[in-house]
Design a binder for this molecule. Structure first.
Ligand SMILES: Cc1cc2nc3c(=O)[nH]c(=O)nc-3n(C[C@H](O)[C@H](O)[C@H](O)COP(=O)(O)OP(=O)(O)OC[C@H]3O[C@@H](n4cnc5c(N)ncnc54)[C@H](O)[C@@H]3O)c2cc1C
Length: 247
């Protein structure tokens, strides 16, 4: 997994909101969707794991090589609603942290209310953005807890799946949860939230599906009545709770 920094030729500012995504072409290879993992500005970042054809080709490129970018696409996180919440509980698993980093940076830049970040990865070596954790923790109104499924000799922190971190915090009443990670992790985070009495409309997820166009034309990325690219990728659990086979 690598974090790539992109600039767009002829464009001073690249404008988008956290939660949106873009389509990236490696010329002669193919195209795939990726989340923005930083906030909008002169440059943007995406953290990408080697999964198949496009991403393997991307990891072989060098600094200064050109790629194609289309976007931004999709619906962002409900930023106005989040700003009104008493606390934003960000729950990230593995590769779910990149789009949430964009949200975390946005929250800090725009003086949102209190946020609690719970982040889990498989092993200490799988944790990303480690250098930024201390910086985030020092921010006003931010609490962050990290866990790994399996520790190693050096690891002194929490061991256990990310939902075990819920027992280490006091979940406030006026909370909105934003969670991204593997489907199985989101399933258990949602279950935990519902047990704690958090309403389905206050649980926000981001979904992935295979997609081709990115803006609702090809119809490849359907889940129930929704297209992930156009109606999502950000959804409330209320919207998707009756769709079978998502989690
Ligand atoms: C909105 C959105 C945001 C995303 N953000 C990120 C991100 O920030 N970082 C990141 O690393 N990834 C992200 N992804 C996932 C990324 O787009 C996929 O992993 C993408 O498939 C990578 O393209 P690839 O050509 O490298 O891999 P592919 O060649 O597409 O292969 C990826 C996997 O899919 C399997 N596969 C191939 N074809 C099919 C098929 N027809 N049906 C089912 N499975 C198939 C392959 O066997 C392989 O396991 C995001 C996806 C979405 C929809």
């Amino acid at each position: 997994m690598k974090t790539f920094t992109f600039t767009v030729e002829g464009q001073e500012i690249i404008d988008y909101l956290p939660g949106q995504f873009f389509m990236l072409t490696v010329f002669g290879v193919g195209e795939a969707p990726f989340a923005f993992s930083s906030i909008a500005g002169k440059k943007f970042q995406a953290t990408i794991r080697e999964a198949g054809t496009v991403t393997e080709a991307l990891h072989k490129l060098s600094v200064g090589n050109k790629v194609g970018i289309r976007g931004p696409f999709g619906k962002p996180f409900p930023l106005e609603d989040l700003q009104k919440a008493g606390t934003i509980l960000v729950v990230a698993g593995g590769i779910g942290l990149p789009p949430l980093r964009s949200l975390i940076q946005y929250i800090h830049a725009n003086n949102f209310p209190k946020q609690v970040i719970l982040y889990g990865a498989r092993t200490p070596g799988d944790l990303i953005y480690k250098k930024q954790f201390e910086m985030w923790k020092k921010k006003l109104k931010t609490e962050m807890l990290v866990t790994v499924d399996r520790g190693d000799q050096k690891w002194k922190g929490n061991v256990g799946v990310v939902t075990t971190l819920f027992d280490k915090i006091k979940v406030p009443e006026k909370v909105k949860v934003v969670t991204i990670g593997p489907a199985i992790m989101m399933k258990f985070v949602i279950k935990k939230c519902l047990e704690l009495g958090i309403q389905p409309e206050d649980i926000i997820v981001s979904l992935e599906n295979r997609m081709t166009c990115g803006y609702g034309k090809c119809g490849n990325c359907g889940y129930g009545k929704y297209l992930v690219c156009k109606d999502g990728p950000v959804f409330s659990y209320e919207q998707i709770k009756d769709i079978k086979g998502i989690f």
